[in-house]
Design a protein around this ligand. Structure first.
Ligand code: CA
Length: 214
């Protein structure tokens, strides 16, 4: 992992709106990061690009009634040499597998997960809650968004997973840890995660992306 930008977005909003929001988010952030990189350090470029993507989605939603209220989650990993930054808005996640130990890096911006962190609900209750779809922060639903940022030092062999809630709703962390610890190519590991999530119910669309630190 010398220098890279990796993005997962999971759109929300009726009909096609969610898809428009997520593809706008991905295209805008990638474009804006690339454009800024010549003059701006990577992490700062990513932060600015996220604001720009947020504005693009928000203004688009104001122009078209059918797109009103659309938004998307966004989790981005940017890396330069050994340093990695993860930006997060919403309930898609970033995990790191290091020496077969899985650690969730991001915190979900969801009503139930916030209740869990405050000790008002258990994880099991959160999974069953009728409010489990309520996201407390999203890209494109307001004029300004503040992503969480996590900065970390990557070690050779570290495996980063970016994924939508379609994966993590179906597979508990120990299962993800077990599947990712197997000695397969990244493509095969991704396929194994998606197959397992589909076998477990596959209630939602599933996006996952794996990045290995060299
Ligand atoms: Ca989803």
């Amino acid at each position: 992992m010398e220098h890279g930008v990796y993005v997962v977005c999971d759109g929300m909003g009726g009909a096609a709106a969610g898809e428009i929001a997520s593809s706008l988010a991905k295209d805008e952030t990638l474009r804006a990061i690339t454009e800024r990189l010549k003059s701006t350090p990577l992490a700062e470029a990513a932060d600015q690009a996220i604001s720009q993507a947020n504005e693009a989605i928000f203004s688009r939603s104001l122009q078209n009634e059918k797109l009103s209220g659309m938004g998307t989650t966004l989790v981005i990993l940017v890396a330069e040499d050994r340093r990695a930054w993860i930006f997060n808005v919403g309930d898609s996640r970033c995990y790191r597998l290091r020496k077969q130990h899985l650690e969730q890096i991001t915190l979900d911006h969801s009503l139930v997960e916030e209740q869990v962190r405050m000790g008002r609900m258990t994880s099991a209750e959160a999974l069953r809650s009728p409010l489990r779809n309520v996201i407390t922060r999203a890209l494109g639903t307001q004029s300004i968004v503040t992503p969480d940022v996590f900065e970390l030092e990557a070690e050779p062999g570290d495996l980063f997973l970016l994924c939508s809630d379609g994966l993590t709703r179906e597979l508990p962390d120990p299962t993800i840890e077990h599947l990712l610890s197997a000695d397969f190519s990244l493509d095969q590991l991704c396929a194994n995660l998606i197959n397992a999530a589909n076998r477990a119910g596959g209630q939602d669309n599933i996006t996952c992306l794996l990045v290995r630190a060299a």
